[in-house]
Write a protein that binds this ligand. Structure first.
Ligand SMILES: C[S@@+](CC[C@H](N)C(=O)[O-])C[C@H]1O[C@@H](n2cnc3c(N)ncnc32)[C@H](O)[C@@H]1O
Length: 309
């Protein structure tokens, strides 16, 4: 089993601080609020769990049981763990109010294989979900998290893992686009190695011209409550769906599909010009299989099945 590096431990400390103030308000702020985008992902998950006749479910990084509580009434035995003690306490409280035993919720990290079993004993679940967590994991640990998820379910069991869509940067025209153009697509150092000294100077000019095409002040940086760091002040990575799908296959998942959600009918910087229409039209676009999701959806789910050994 891989051990956590100092880098991972420092990241986890920061994340715990970031989420420590959100235990009680998270569900209200992101799942119930009229201003937040509706949690369309829950319907995607619910549909798949029902279609696959899932009877036991693990939510890795369950937060305050935000998804788990909404999956009540399906006859599924629900389990979950989270890194942040305040989230675990709230998840326990909510799940117990739905009649779920307190031992079904525990503290743990997606980086540790042992966290994927309840303290009461090992289990191979029919399905495991993991939402909102991968952004907070260092890139060197993506494969470990995916294989932990794969090995937490029985052979043929379902895994659904969510990530922020890096390709959405091609639509947003802001500092994410700047980073994607100049850090992921254009390899400036490599181009310079091919260039003459005069061409290298021109390349710098060209790169700063590209840089000026984007709104670098957008989106606003999300700050934390009180003295705690905010979402954009801790590690909150995006993922490339093409690359993550390959990583999922390497981690032992088969028949992996990419399901897009949280569409934007236009780049988010214009939302404030016609907010109600923007929300309506974006919701009307929600279709996990639409190719435009690669660019117009800010999140995606990888859904796959544990391959037989
Ligand atoms: C954005 S919230 C999502 C909560 C819930 N899954 C949902 O979709 O509503 C992210 C959660 O991931 C948890 N988290 C972050 N890093 C984690 C890790 N390494 N292991 C387990 N949970 C982690 C945080 O504590 C937080 O509760």
């Amino acid at each position: 089993m891989k051990r956590k590096t100092n880098e991972s431990s420092a990241i986890e400390d920061n994340i715990r601080h970031c989420y420590s103030t959100w235990g009680e308000s998270y569900y209200r702020d992101y799942y119930e609020s009229a201003t937040a985008y509706p949690p369309v992902h829950t319907a995607i998950v619910r549909k798949r769990l029902e279609a696959d006749k899932v009877r036991t479910l693990l939510d890795a990084g369950c937060g305050p049981a935000s998804m788990l509580r909404d999956l009540d009434g399906l006859g599924i035995d629900r389990y979950g763990f989270d890194l942040t003690p305040e989230m675990v306490a709230e998840a326990k409280r909510v799940m117990e109010s739905q009649g779920v035993a307190g031992g079904h919720i525990w503290q743990g990290s997606v980086l540790e294989r042992t966290s994927f079993s309840p303290p009461t004993g090992a289990s191979a679940f029919d399905a495991a979900i993991c939402f909102g967590v991968l952004p907070h994991v260092p890139s060197s640990a993506d494969g470990q998290v995916l294989s932990n998820l794969a090995s937490s379910v029985r052979e043929g069991g379902l895994v659904m893992v969510e990530a922020r869509n890096q390709l959405f940067a091609l639509f947003t025209l802001n500092r994410y686009s700047h980073a994607f153009f100049l850090e992921s697509l254009v390899d400036l150092p490599a181009l310079k190695r091919r260039a003459s000294p005069e061409e290298a100077v021109r390349l710098d000019e060209a790169a700063s011209f590209i840089g000026r095409q984007f709104r670098m002040d957008l989106p606003p940086v999300r700050q934390g409550k009180g003295s705690e760091p905010g979402y954009d002040e801790v590690l909150s990575r995006t993922h490339n769906p093409f690359e993550l799908r390959l990583a999922a296959e390497r981690a032992g998942l088969r028949d992996v599909s990419v399901l897009f959600y949280h569409y934007h009918c236009m780049p988010p910087m214009v939302e404030s010009i016609l907010p109600d229409f923007f929300r309506r039209a974006s919701l009307a676009m929600e279709d996990p299989a639409d190719w435009r999701g690669h660019f117009m959806a800010s999140a995606f789910i990888l859904a796959g099945y544990r391959a037989e050994r």
